[in-house]
Design a protein around this ligand. Sequence first.
Ligand code: C2O
Ligand code: CU
Length: 526
Amino acid sequence: MSRLREARPSRRELLAGGAAAASWIGATCSRRGLPQVDAALPGATGNPTHPPANPIEVALRAQSAEAILDSAGGRGAQVWRFEGKLLVGGPETLLPSTSYLGPTFRVPRGQRIRVHFDNGLQEPSIVHWHGLQVSQENDGHPRFAVGPGTGYDYDFTVENRPGTYWYHPHPDGRTGPQVYAGMAGLFLVVDSDDEARGLPTGEFDLPLVIQDRLLGSDGELVYAPNPMIGFLGDRIFVNGQQTPDLTVKAGSYRLRILNGSNSRIYKLAYSDSSPMTVIASDGGLLGAPVRKPYVVLAPGERIEIWADFGRSPAGGDVWLESRAFSGGGGSMGMGGMMSMGSMGAGSRLPNGAAFRVCRFVVRGTGRTLRLPARFEPLSWRPDDEVVNRGQPRRIDVSMAMMRWMLNGQSFDMTDVAANEKVKLGTTEDWEVRNVGGMMAMPHPIHLHAGQFQVLERVVAPAWQTVAATLQAGLVDEGWKDTFLLLPGETVRLRMRFERHPGLFLYHCHNLEHEDAGMMRNFLIEA
Ligand code: C2O
Ligand code: CU
């Protein structure tokens, strides 16, 4: 029996904006012993001093498996997951997962790694190392997707700054359902300096992968995207477990948070309203910690929070919650219209609704550290290096025929427009504009091939009230590979095309938007 249920519009239905009939996908799979789903990913241990001279080698297989998602019912659900096996390397470099998520890579900067991907699904797939600066052959572009029963070999050196990156599939048109089915994992780039930086390490370095899911009455995953809004589930999972209690010790933690959801935006805050202390974003540590009343995390983005548990007046437990905001796709009349009918299955918890994410339950005592005043300074690219200074390359978000587009075009496997060519070894300013009228919604925009800095955000007057419900939680202080483009907003960013020539992607990381074509190539010419 195939059990992952999927209600997906065909391209024709999508164009017509109509509802889709439910269909079934997924491989037949016999029911075996159900794996336990732990509250947290395995603790991060081991701090390799120097990258080993030999490449790390990992076998990574995508295949269907079972996991308990409905913990109340205790029933198994079919998922698709990455199974990892360390072939060469120290055991600290690949931490197994006990949930539907893939294993966590923990790789020193400068380390060469080989990954042998093996596609055990019934459909094409390919793996993208989100945020890592790698050659085009290693970037998981959909043109490299491999069919069932075949594989793809990766071989690259980790060039990025230490930080929280991740990996997920990237086939054309099927990224949303594959990530939703469970295919995602963390890729941590590490060095041996975190102790010296005064950061919490070991069990106090705690990754949190946040995702939303929708379960049928049989406990199985249901994938029912809305062509305009994307997919929204009504249950929140952290590290593969629904709204868990996470046991922590009184003391300091480094929380590495990934929004691994398809379309949901989180406005994260503590239930006791203490501020969030941000120490890192997509591309690693900030120059110095910053305090925010809440932090906004869009699909694909990562953030690292310094948390001191056991400090509140009662010294007790605290919830991580997502607060209400507007403009999540349910504003200006659009959400009402779009959420009607059978496509609105996920809209019981609209984007912008308030809910709880997880609870930190304080038991025992750890170590309270002093928050460092600063980290290594960031080497921002200077103005005089920018080849198109004052005339940024412009990317407009638009919509036509019920589809989102970039500069009026949707994805084509190899097409590159005249304004999508850049030169290797140059630095450019880009301006991304989301000013397409009343139907605007937020879009998490992601660039492959490196990290950029966000220079400026300007919100059109008509959208300022909406933007004000999120602005204080945007973290533009560090290196980024994904940023949330608010409705009515224009964002200017700066990026250097430093190392690798070739064909790379920029796209919306709302995975349903991406799958419907809100993605384009850009060419880095040598
Ligand atoms: Cu995380 Cu091109 O994607
Ligand atoms: Cu989008």
